[in-house]
Ligand binder design. Structure first.
Ligand code: ADP
Ligand code: MG
Length: 291
């Protein structure tokens, strides 16, 4: 038989848009000792805007056009920033492309009019990185922007800097989780160090791990698991590996991201990240009244 407290707990949570997968999910969450977070779309809004642009022998609008042609097939928040910028500038990008490939946590590549393009963290090949490019890259990174490099096999065409905003209640959430004795509170991100550090300091995280591939993220989680019962909080985009590795997982889903629904113990349907705290509190409460 199902205990009354368990049903009440689930009902209360559901009214806030917090969906538990079931008894085992509640149990796992209640045992959590530390919390790890994804950055983009989780601690930040995931609503990116273009900042700095640097081009090498190519028109700025042409850089955006070529980038948008590829990014229209990606679901990453970065991709949305680029196609949105193209639309604002009335740049058409609905042209066909071939060989579209996603390299998760790294970028995308595709062929357009016989040329293979790559957009991501780094250029297609290390030997393309001139000192001019590396200087420009550092400059844009130091402004706190996430940097994307558009390159072909032969040359670097430009750098696009994108900026995100913190979610309204991220700082408050971290403060509350500390009071609940969850320790450490850490961020796992594929983004570079300056952005990782800025976000981490402004919301009060204990530690950040930056420039990670999805595999790196799961490796770091495993290390924490040697000492703690881990909770991972992500938006389900690109973090299904980490979501499934953690002892308990919470997905800030919003609507229409079914991927997170499949792997997470808890799915939060609202935009309010403070529901992460509520989910953990509810799990603890349900647990104590059950036994
Ligand atoms: P996060 O950990 O912040 O959620 P991701 O692991 O999704 O970040 O991505 C890490 C990095 O990979 C991004 O900061 C970006 O440089 C690059 N990247 C990922 N997806 C794309 C894309 N669609 N286009 C260009 N760059 C991308
Ligand atoms: Mg993310």
């Amino acid at each position: 038989s199902t205990p009354v407290s368990y049903v009440a707990g689930i009902g209360n949570a559901a009214r806030k848009g917090i969906l538990f997968k079931g008894g085992e999910s509640i149990e796992r969450l209640s045992k959590g000792q530390m919390v790890s977070f994804d950055k983009t779309g989780t601690l930040t809004k995931g609503n990116l805007e273009i900042g700095s642009i640097k081009t090498y022998d190519i028109d700025e609008n042409e850089l955006i056009r070529i980038a948008a042609i590829g990014e229209k097939l990606s679901e990453h928040p970065i991709a949305k920033a680029i196609t949105k910028a193209a639309e604002l500038k009335n740049i058409a990008y609905q042209e066909p492309l071939d060989n579209f490939k996603i390299d998760i946590g790294e970028g995308i590549s595709y062929m357009y009019k016989g040329i293979t393009y790559h957009i991501g963290k780094s250029p297609k090949a290390k030997h393309l990185e001139s000192s001019l490019y590396l200087n420009d890259l550092d400059f844009i990174k130091n402004q706190g922007e996430t940097t994307l490099t558009l390159s072909t096999n032969e040359k670097i065409l430009g750098i696009i800097g994108v900026k995100d905003q913190l979610r309204t209640h991220s700082q408050e959430l971290i403060h509350e989780l500390k009071k609940m004795n969850l320790n450490p509170l850490v961020m796992l991100t594929g983004d570079h160090e300056v952005v990782a550090k800025n976000v981490s300091l402004s919301i009060g995280l204990d530690t950040y791990h930056h420039s990670l591939s999805p595999v790196d993220k799961s490796e770091i989680l495993k290390t924490y698991q040697e000492t703690y019962q881990t909770i991972f909080v992500g938006d389900g985009l690109n973090d299904s590996i980490a979501l499934s590795y953690a002892d308990a997982s919470i997905a800030i889903s919003g609507l229409g991201k079914d991927l997170a629904m499949e792997t997470a113990d808890v799915v939060i349907l609202s935009d309010d990240i403070r529901n992460v705290k509520d989910a953990i509190l509810i799990s603890r409460k349900v647990k104590t009244t059950m036994y």
